[in-house]
Design a protein around this ligand. Structure first.
Ligand code: ZN
Length: 193
């Protein structure tokens, strides 16, 4: 391997000034495009929308890859890569709206997989796609356990915490009678729990 073109300075903690200045001179969208794998998985529900474009930028906190660059007001900030892509194609994201993934892949930046929605749409989408731990309907076993804890005197808040369910789900579960919960489709509740 030819090492003659390596920088002569010593990188400090992995920081490479030469690379950094190249990075700075390229626009945010160029830097984003350079780190997209356009042969990601096929769109999870609509394969005709093609492959996910997976960003390899570092994910921060919320699970979305982020890239540093200028915002509309000129200040630099970490921004979600899918939002940067959407704005590059469509212009500024209208106030109060969010950019959602129809493919359910948070690292995806394929503009064909992104659409605008409200935060409520996004939460609804998440629930119906089962990304939320509250999305699954209660099983007979869970229902029986919640009712057992309640009749033993546990508070709704404690039961919710223990079962990983919302307060409302627990309240509803307590109100259910075994008869109302039973369904011909699912058969009798299991004997476990
Ligand atoms: Zn996608």
């Amino acid at each position: 391997m030819d090492t003659s073109d390596r920088p002569t300075h010593t990188p400090i903690y992995g920081f490479n000034a030469e690379k950094a200045s190249i990075k700075k001179s390229a626009s945010m969208i160029e830097r984003l495009m350079a780190r997209l794998n356009k042969k990601g998985p096929l769109h999870s529900t609509e394969p005709d929308k093609g492959f996910c474009w997976i960003s390899s930028h570092r994910k921060v906190g919320n699970g979305y890859p982020q890239i540093m660059g200028p915002r509309a007001d000129g200040t630099n900030a970490l921004q979600c890569t899918h939002r940067v892509m959407w704005e590059h194609i469509n212009g500024p994201i209208p106030k109060g709206l969010v950019v959602m993934h129809t493919c359910d892949n948070r690292a995806c930046c394929n503009p064909a997989h992104l659409e605008l929605g409200t935060q409520a749409d996004n939460v609804h989408d998440m629930m119906t796609k089962g990304r939320s731990r509250y999305a699954k309907p209660l099983s007979f076993a869970e229902l029986a356990l919640i009712q057992k804890l309640r009749s033993a005197g546990d508070t709704i808040a404690r039961i919710a915490k223990q079962s990983g369910r919302s307060l409302n789900t627990v309240r509803n579960a307590i109100r259910q009678t075994p008869a109302s919960y039973q369904s011909d489709l699912f058969g009798p509740p299991p004997l476990t729990a």
